[in-house]
Ligand binder design. Structure first.
Ligand SMILES: *Cc1c(COP(=O)(O)O)cnc(C)c1O
Length: 373
């Protein structure tokens, strides 16, 4: 059997009664859309973060898009982000009608190089989308200071960083609003699609609740600005309520998997060879993915397939090199760190209920491959 980088079935085996009870709760509730479960999840997700408001939406891409729209971003605006991210970050910026502008990432931790943001600001810049990539936070303090000086909004892309902290503060509580995805692989994952936007700002929250509901207010049922149908599904919301109670356990489980990789691969680390993920000072990591780096990545992945191990690359193609974004005018060499990383990174299996036997099989195969490279 080929080893998978992610698998929800071990978790489902443990949590089946609770998950199916969540489904029954909704099916028997008499309200299948925007009912008690969405409202309950929104309140509990906001409370977990110590913030006033959360809006459940249908996926993380729309969380970014509606989040930007609620912050006033639209056609003609530029939004600064990174190219080393999941494509949906950028698709959502384009979906809001804005133009994505990329800055490079730091070689040590693959996160937005905040020092480069000032040079990317133009008179059309309206917002910045820092991506808390792979499970740890961007250096937010200098970014929020810069945004304040230039009157820019910050939407945190937290799709990979549920429960991650920077200097004790939770991801999603450091900008004007924050977008989350509950795609099944994420640190807090649904049994299907889901997303949410967090904010402390009551007006932004009110706009979000209209934007996901055709742009209609729920008092007069009148559309003033056409919006979207982008509601979080009631069943997914109830499952997420159950799973939110276990979020800190999931994070501890991911950290235990990461520690085991460090213990069993640490001796193979070399400046010109294997490099394991580095946690930036001040961060606590939630290891959405466990991304390692090696200059001979392609040979390693090829050799691992002979051990029946297929690993992922997050992400093999920087967004600015994708044909769908060619019109933005970036060229090979535009973002040298991002481009170099894309050729060298790969991900080891990571999920809280990853069986040790599976992890050991990957570790043993990787050791064999690296020692005979
Ligand atoms: C997963 C992800 C998204 C999109 O979330 P979906 O729920 O799949 O739409 C956006 N940004 C980042 C960084 C992601 O990892």
């Amino acid at each position: 059997m080929t080893t998978r980088v992610w698998d929800y079935l071990p978790e489902y085996a443990k949590e089946k009664d609770d998950i199916l009870d969540a489904v029954q709760t909704v099916f028997g509730s008499g309200q299948l859309v925007l009912g008690e479960s969405v409202r309950g999840f929104e309140a509990e997700f906001a409370a977990y973060h110590g913030l006033g408001h959360a809006t459940g939406v249908d996926n993380g891409t729309n969380a970014v898009k509606l989040g930007l729209e609620a912050l006033g971003v639209g056609p003609g605006d530029e939004v600064i982000t990174v190219s080393n991210t999941a494509a949906p970050t950028v698709v959502a910026i384009a979906g809001a009608g804005a133009t994505p502008v990329f800055v490079d990432v730091r070689a040590e931790d693959f996160l937005m190089d905040v020092d480069r943001v000032a040079a990317a600001i133009t008179p059309r810049t309206r917002a910045v989308v820092p991506v808390h990539l792979y499970g740890q936070c961007v250096d937010m303090a200098p970014l929020t200071a810069l945004a304040e000086r230039h009157g820019l909004k910050i939407l945190e892309d937290c799709a990979q960083a549920h429960g991650a902290r920077r200097h004790g503060r939770l991801a999603g509580t450091m900008g004007d609003a924050a977008a989350f995805s509950f795609y099944p692989t994420k640190v807090l994952g649904a049994y299907g699609d889901g997303g949410a936007v967090l904010t402390a700002d009551e007006r932004v929250d009110r706009d979000l609740k209209q934007l996901r509901y055709y742009g209609m207010d729920k008092v007069y049922y009148v559309v003033r600005t056409p919006g979207h149908n982008a509601r979080l599904d009631e069943v997914q919301a109830e499952i997420l309520r159950r799973k939110l109670r276990r979020l800190d356990e999931y994070i501890a489980g991911r950290n235990a998997v990461a520690r085991r990789y460090e213990e069993r691969l640490g001796d193979l680390v070399a400046p010109d060879g294997l490099r394991l993920p580095a946690t930036a000072p001040g961060n606590t990591h939630v290891y959405y993915v466990y991304v390692v780096r090696h200059p001979r990545r392609d040979e390693i992945l090829e050799a691992l397939t002979r051990h029946d191990i297929a690993l992922n690359i997050s992400y093999p193609w920087p967004v600015h090199t994708m044909s769908g974004f060619a019109h933005l005018g970036y060229r090979p060499g535009s973002l040298p760190v991002t481009e170099a990383l894309a050729g060298e990174i790969f991900s080891l299996p990571m999920y809280p209920s990853l069986p040790e036997s599976v992890q050991d099989r990957v570790i043993d195969a990787l050791r064999t491959v690296l020692e005979t490279l």
